[in-house]
Design a protein around this ligand. Structure first.
Ligand code: 1YM
Length: 646
């Protein structure tokens, strides 16, 4: 990467607020004190290093998760300045770490990662860590400063000489703040850093998880993509049959920079169009996404008309038709991004819409003219999507006429709850009639409904909308939930605000859970966004006293790994009779209630598509045409699902 002269002067820093506020109301600054907030601490530190890379001074970022769950981030940038801050009269690095919103170019030049979602600065990380250590190599020296819960405990000291430059930050998240967990999840961090590396061509981010065995791939995984977002779409389409080579174009205007990569595959999904603003995944879309969609639809229609593929009398291709099977990355960088929406992940800047629109109209238009074979395939795919949509609509009308999707005709298998208040109602989707029977006896019928599914549900990824709808299992699911799907989907009509997937703790159960998640991901993603979808956690073992085969279960164990530890804690294996629950049906109703359904004692995992890219990929890798990866995944993850965030 190019190096530029160092323009920094201490007075560029603006000081806004103190750190006490952060410890008092951490949620205001990092969204939550749950796992999401915890992981944000790492993003915040890495974002600073990425900013240094975007400014052209750094090309390597190294992230280590230590055995004690502390995290170290190292970069080879200029190093945070250590000179005395003219206004605060303490070292600038201390200002950066202890004063809220202290940053270099606030509102100044350059496109920063921070200033985005929770771009609150590294001082927030310091405030919420029980200890933070910062080492800076700069101006020939190596300097160190340490903090505890935001307060300086070891002032800045020169600890040696160094010819290198760069910053190292190590922090230990404060368990008093992150009461739920302080354990970092490798996969969550890796997904974010892979994305960062895709979005910033050439940037190298290396990860080490020292909690894993020495031969584990997580000990040293490196993300670097010379192809940038073109590599991103290739990665999204991994394992799929594609219709064109990735199309790439970019434009720079006073309003900002736009980069787009796009590639169609034979898949039916429309979920792989991802938009980013200043490296932040704008899940809720916004002006860049709108501009992109409009331009793609218009450009494909224009091409189809002018080349006689769409006849005069035929209807236009819709946006959904044009985006079926499309994987695309829209990445914009702008000076002053406005983030709106429920989760602050919707870009609001109106000047970005025409910027993206023009770039796409020109870039995609040229590609189609220059690549007639690919163009024909792409437009052909869109027009068969149009035909399939027409057919699906007719099928839907037919079923509606028969009353199947009519909300007054609830499926016969559903044991509904008596409450009509969706906010307190729960739907348990269970596998098979026998587990369904247990669950029906176990439930609190006032607000818990049970829907037993017979056997496997259809693989919606491969079947497509039309066939999925004619499956009885799927239509009973849709009717029970009440939202309908497709153009008629209405999240507000959901009859339950907790929809709980309750499958057996075995491979079949994991498979059914994946199929159900695919279904929700494809047809009711808004329910996932709203946090309505959960996964029940039934126990896998029950321990009874060894000498009483009948006696009551003294202890339940929910994960495979802790059996031996618990046995040891409870006085050794021969004292206990270990029962493995292969299915929910093996528990009697009172056990099922106590372990899995009782709001007082149960735990649920909340399904959260934090990383749409990863979810889309896992789903299609698992549910697509290739059998082998699916088998492997299910064997490896019989109990956990990778795209879950709790
Ligand atoms: C592992 C985390 O924070 N790197 C980092 C931070 C800064 C700089 C370089 C930097 C920025 C500037 C000038 C500038 C920061 N400096 C500041 C402040 N890595 C990590 N690397 N010189 C160095 O923006 O002008 C805030 S962050 F405010 F001191 F300039």
């Amino acid at each position: 990467m190019a190096t530029k002269p160092d323009h920094y002067t201490g007075s560029d820093i603006q000081v806004l607020e103190g750190l006490e506020a952060v410890r008092k109301r951490p949620g205001m600054y990092i969204g939550s004190t749950g796992p999401r907030g915890l992981h944000h601490l790492v993003y915040e530190v890495v974002d600073n290093a990425v900013d240094e890379a975007l400014a052209g001074y750094c090309d390597l970022i190294d992230v280590t998760i230590h055995e004690d769950n502390s995290v170290t981030v190292v970069d080879n940038g200029r190093g945070i300045p250590v000179d005395k801050h003219p206004k605060e009269k303490i070292p600038t690095v201390e200002v950066v770490l202890t004063i809220l919103h202290a940053g270099g170019k606030f509102g100044g030049e350059g496109y920063k990662v921070s200033g985005g979602l929770h771009g609150v600065g590294v001082s927030v990380v310091n405030a919420l860590s029980k200890r933070t250590e910062v080492t800076v190599c700069r101006d020939g020296g190596e300097y160190r400063i340490c903090f505890e819960r935001g307060k300086t405990v070891e002032p800045l000291t020169q600890i040696g000489k160094s010819k290198k430059t760069g910053t190292t930050v190590t922090f230990w998240p404060d368990p008093d703040v992150f009461t739920e967990t302080t354990v970092f999840e490798y996969e969550t961090l890796a997904n974010r850093f892979r994305e960062m590396a895709f979005l910033n061509r050439g940037l190298k981010i290396v990860m080490h998880d020292l909690r894993t065995p020495e031969d584990s791939p997580c000990r040293n995984e490196s993300f670097q993509y010379q192809g940038g977002i073109q590599d991103f779409v290739k990665w999204l389409n991994d394992g799929k049959e594609t219709l064109n080579k990735p199309i790439y174009f970019s434009d720079e205007q006073p309003a900002g920079v736009v980069e787009v990569a796009m590639q169609w595959s034979t898949s039916y999904s429309t979920a792989s169009v991802l938009a980013f603003a200043n490296n932040i995944n704008t899940h809720e879309g916004g002006t860049h996404m709108d501009g992109f969609k409009q331009a793609v639809t218009r450009t494909l229609n224009d091409y189809a008309r002018s080349h006689g593929i769409l006849k005069e009398k035929e209807a236009n291709l819709t946006g959904d038709d044009c985006r079926e099977g499309l994987a695309a990355i829209i990445s914009v960088k702008l000076h002053d991004p406005q983030f709106e929406g429920q989760t602050k992940t919707k870009l609001g800047n109106t000047e970005i819409r025409p910027l993206v629109q023009n770039a796409v109209a020109q870039g995609l238009g040229e590609f189609l003219e220059e690549n007639p074979t690919a163009a024909k395939r792409i437009v052909g795919k869109a027009s068969s999507a149009l035909k399939a949509r027409e057919a699906a609509r007719k099928a839907r009308e037919m079923t509606r006429r028969k009353g199947v999707l009519d909300s007054f005709a609830l499926p016969g298998k559903l044991a509904d709850c008596s409450s009509k208040d969706a906010t307190e109602s729960e739907l348990f989707i269970v596998e098979g009639d026998s587990a369904g029977g247990s669950a029906k006896q176990a439930r609190d019928r006032k607000y818990q409904a049970i829907l037993p599914l017979r056997g496997k549900i259809l693989n919606v990824e491969r079947a497509g909308l039309h066939r999925s709808l004619s499956s009885e299992t799927i239509s009973s699911l849709i009717t029970a939930i009440g939202t309908n799907i497709g153009d008629d989907f209405n999240a507000d009509a959901a009859r339950y605000h907790r929809i709980v997937i309750m499958t057996d703790a075995d491979v079949d159960g994991a498979h059914i859970r994946c199929l159900l998640l695919t279904f929700f991901y494809r047809y009711m993603p808004e329910l996932i966004d709203r946090g309505y979808i959960y996964i029940a956690q039934p126990p896998i073992f029950g321990l009874k006293k060894a000498n009483s085969s009948k006696g009551k279960v003294e202890r339940y164990i929910y994960d495979e790994g802790s059996l031996n530890r618990v046995l040891k804690e409870m006085g050794g294996a021969d004292k206990w009779n270990v029962q493995r629950y292969k299915g929910l049906g093996e528990m009697d109703p009172s056990q099922l209630w106590e372990t899995t359904m009782d709001p007082e004692t149960r735990t649920f995992l909340q399904v959260n598509i934090d990383d749409a890219a990863e979810a889309e990929r896992v789903v299609s890798e698992l549910m697509g045409d290739q059998v082998e990866p699916r088998k492997e995944f299910i064997q490896k993850h019989a109990r956990d699902v990778r795209f879950l965030d709790i």
